[in-house]
Design a binder for this molecule. Structure first.
Ligand code: ADP
Length: 433
């Protein structure tokens, strides 16, 4: 209890007021005691001064004790209060406590010990109640804050969902646009390529050396442009999940040789040796030959593009009876390990500047990646800056299609499983991307 307490006694009976004053004085309570005789004066006193406790008579001349305590409670005045009752009436006591009185005491029991005990406990109870109310208030506030935050999060979540929908819509529009545009571009490109080829035929007259040179450039540029357009078309189809593999049984070594022979002139133009090694006991596979060739052409055109001198090797081997591997190795500029993963993402190139030395769409490896995944295969990359790169593709000899039951071939040939004769090859270690 603090040193000097400010105490207010409200009672119209002077003798009763004196009894309280005497008892508190005898108990040695250090205090400033103020006395008023009715409820109205008590309110005036309480609204101008902060008291540590108020003792009030249950029967005040101007109002009932219950009304007094109710008014006190509903006003902004905060003070521990002790009601002094003339007779012990439990019902009244309960009502008063419910209405907010801190404690009560029968006037017949007023004694220094009793009064000081009631005073102490009233102050203690009051502070405990105040603290509890404060904590409650804080809890309520943080609860309200949580509700507000929750609402905000829900709102943000809805916004993100909306944005996701919009992004999805835009992405679908973009894929659709790319597919339509590349499809539309293919028709005139094919005409340019076709008519340039026709111009070479002698039945339309002999071209001069200069004319032939120009037509050849038109043809080569046309082919290059068509390849780019096809890349964009494939990519948009892959993104939209609309690219299907058309699997058949074919001789993989023939497809590899075909792709290599198509790329040889490019390698020759840069004075690069292009070597092929096929080490297969069984050359038959069940896959999409067009896509296998496309993968190889992409890897070879990269190898040629990024190699200034040296060699390019293509190796085809059997990993096991059920798996084959195609390796394309070069002695080119190489790739830093930090870019291993990135370069398989669409439109990603190690050099992304406009002024980059090597042209390209940045779609080749992304397309290869998707195709190899669709085939149930894996890509491995090993490379060292300045020394060269090695792309290894492992593929199942027989790919699985989504509509396998309908599309799978009869793998029996002359009573034997055509894929059963593969020998077990050696296995080279490399970094997985
Ligand atoms: P593009 O060749 O059209 O740029 P790709 O998706 O085929 O796109 O390749 C992505 C990037 O990966 C290339 O831009 C290049 O930086 C790197 N890259 C691919 N192949 C090689 C390679 N054989 N040697 C060095 N870098 C390569």
């Amino acid at each position: 209890m603090k040193q000097t307490l400010k105490i207010l006694v409200v009672d119209d009976n002077e003798v009763d007021r004196m009894a309280v004053r005497d008892a508190l004085t005898k108990a040695g309570v250090q205090m400033e005691l103020f006395e008023v005789s009715n409820g109205n004066d008590a309110f005036s006193a309480l609204s101008t001064t902060a008291y540590d406790c108020v003792f009030f008579d249950y029967r005040l001349p101007d109002q009932h004790g219950l009304t007094f305590i109710q008014q006190l409670r509903s006003s902004k005045i905060k003070v521990p209060s002790v009601v002094l009752t003339a007779q012990e009436d439990e019902q009244i006591t309960v009502q008063l406590i419910k209405a907010g009185t801190t404690d009560y005491l029968s006037k017949s029991k007023i004694s220094p010990e009793m009064l000081v005990q009631v005073l102490r406990s009233a102050i203690r109870i009051y502070w405990a109640e105040t603290q509890a109310a404060l904590v409650n208030q804080q809890l309520r506030e943080s609860h309200e804050q949580l509700i507000r935050k929750n609402q905000e999060l829900e709102r943000q979540q809805q916004q993100i969902q909306m944005q996701n929908f919009k992004l999805l819509e835009v992405s679908q529009l973009k894929s659709h646009f790319l597919a339509t545009m590349s499809h539309e571009l293919r028709t005139p490109m094919n005409a340019i390529i076709g008519f340039s080829q026709i111009l070479f035929r002698s039945k339309f007259g002999q071209l001069t050396h200069q004319q032939a040179d120009m037509v050849e450039r038109i043809l080569n540029n046309g082919k290059h442009l068509l390849m780019l357009v096809n890349e964009v078309l494939d990519f948009s189809k892959l993104e939209a999940g609309r690219l299907d593999l058309k699997a058949e049984i074919f001789d993989i070594s023939k497809v590899i040789n075909l792709a290599v022979s198509e790329m040889r002139s490019l390698a020759d133009a840069k004075n690069l040796s292009l070597l092929v090694q096929t080490d297969l006991q069984n050359t038959l596979v069940f896959n999409d030959p067009v896509r296998i060739k496309q993968i190889l052409i992409n890897l070879l055109s990269n190898a040629i593009k990024f190699t200034e001198s040296g060699e390019i090797w293509v190796e085809v081997k059997e990993l096991s009876a059920s798996r084959v591997t195609i390796v394309v190795r070069d002695t080119g500029i190489g790739i830093a390990p930090r870019d291993f993963k990135r370069i398989f993402e669409a439109f990603r190139q190690v050099d992304q500047t406009i002024t980059r030395k090597y042209p390209g769409t940045g779609l080749g490896l992304a397309i290869i990646d998707s195709l190899v995944r669709m085939m149930g295969g894996k890509i491995f990359l090993d490379s060292k800056l300045g020394s060269g790169s090695m792309f290894k593709i492992e593929l199942p000899r027989q790919i699985r299609l989504f509509t396998e039951a309908a599309d799978a071939p009869d793998v029996q040939l002359d009573g034997d499983d055509i894929f059963s004769s593969a020998k077990n090859p050696h296995h080279s270690s490399s970094k997985t991307r």
